[in-house]
Design a protein around this ligand. Structure first.
Ligand SMILES: [Zn+2]
Length: 89
């Protein structure tokens, strides 16, 4: 059984969660972003091997969207945490 730590609820079975995709921050200045920047934000994914920041949703629990850092090679999650505005580049 795989375990994932919800920042709000604590350790839970991964079947309670839904993967939300790679973390890909919105353009910092949306009105100034060109079509290429929006296209990259909406459609492009890195699909990297190694440590990746991802969105997860606690669908069978508190309903929180949160971030996790997971190694895509070993499937090990090194940390989970709340999203905050400070993470916008
Ligand atoms: Zn939760």
């Amino acid at each position: 059984m795989l375990i994932l730590d919800c920042p709000n609820c604590g350790a839970r079975n991964t079947q309670e969660f839904r993967y939300g995709g790679e973390y890909n921050p919105r353009p910092a200045e949306p009105d100034a972003a060109d079509d290429a920047a929006w296209s990259s934000y909406l459609y492009m994914r890195h699909n990297r091997l190694g440590l990746q920041k991802e969105w997860w949703y606690h669908r069978a629990g508190c309903g929180l969207w949160f971030l996790a850092e997971r190694d895509t090679g070993s499937d090990k999650v090194s940390r989970t945490y709340f999203w905050s505005r400070e993470q916008i580049p």
